[in-house]
Design a protein around this ligand. Structure first.
Ligand code: GUN
Length: 283
């Protein structure tokens, strides 16, 4: 039976350290602030944004929310980003994705100052991550790496399979695993023999967006299975990409949903916000 990786506990321990840093910075007169932009009324985005604001409040980080109507134009959004880029009290800017289809998402991401890009989505920061010389952590992949480290799951020389190739999770996840000397395979919707590839893996990171996608027959005995999925099942209940009950019987470690990777993603965002404040103040 797999050991459960408790993302809430690791997150709480990490957040205690971040709160200490925020308070030390405040004593030095350094403001740590996050601006969160949300466009439209996607219910999942609303939940994520609320959780991000709640984490800021918990850690003493100042936050501002800009909830804009669905019909907001790219130009209006770029203007807001420009104003936030110029603000001394705003260390980080986050624009919740996905944006409505009529908005030029790339233009918005590129407009956020690279020094305030706490999501690490700006091409400049993506490049830094690729090279392995970066300030801002890609939040979800960094959260996964912290969980692996916390549970002493060393990936050096191991076979790691990432399922999903998104810019937010799959690609940066592969890079971080590679920087830790793992042998990394990235699988996606066109991959042939996915189950056979997964069965070779010591670590599987599932970022597919389909409930129950990873089943017990795809998992090697004792493997660590990390579930990045955030889906709703037939009853509207939150669930990941992994068939938790089936896979738990085979895996060595498994993350639950909720309570696994999710809390860590937000914690890494908080770390990035502190990093941004320090960078902007020459600390
Ligand atoms: N949408 C889904 N995940 C994320 C994330 O990590 N950051 C932002 N800005 N939008 C998202």
């Amino acid at each position: 039976m797999a050991a459960i990786i408790d993302g809430k506990a690791v997150s709480a321990a990490t957040r205690a350290n971040i709160a200490g840093e925020v308070s030390a910075l405040k004593e030095r007169g350094v403001s740590v602030g996050l601006a969160v932009i949300i466009v439209g009324d996607d219910p999942a985005s609303r939940v994520y944004v609320n959780n991000k604001k709640k984490a800021c409040a918990e850690l003493g980080i100042y936050s501002e929310e800009y909830a804009l109507p669905e019909q907001t134009t790219t130009e209006e959004l770029l203007q807001l980003v420009g104003q936030l880029n110029a603000r001394g009290d705003i260390s980080g800017i986050l624009c919740q994705l996905p944006l409505p289809r009529h908005i030029d998402e790339t233009a918005v991401i590129n407009a956020i100052s690279a020094q305030k890009d706490v999501d690490a989505f700006h091409p400049q920061n993506v490049g830094h991550i690729m090279i392995g010389d970066y300030h801002f952590l890609p939040c979800t992949p960094a959260g996964v790496m912290r969980l692996l480290e916390y549970y002493n799951i060393d990936v050096c020389g191991k076979r790691c399979v990432v399922i999903g190739r998104s810019n937010i999770v799959g690609k940066p996840m592969a890079m971080l695993l590679l920087h830790s000397n793992a042998t990394v395979t990235v699988c996606h919707s066109k991959t042939r023999d996915l189950a056979a590839i997964c069965r070779e893996a010591d670590v599987i990171v599932a970022a597919v967006g389909r409930a129950g996608f990873v089943t017990a027959d795809m998992v090697k005995e004792g493997a660590a299975v990390i579930d990045v999925g955030m889906n709703r099942d037939g009853n509207g209940k939150l669930c990941g990409d992994v068939d938790f009950d089936g896979v738990s019987a085979v895996a060595g470690y498994i993350t639950p949903v909720p309570g696994g990777v999710g809390p860590m993603t937000i914690t890494m965002l908080m770390e990035n916000t502190v990093t941004a404040a320090k960078l902007q103040n020459g600390i």
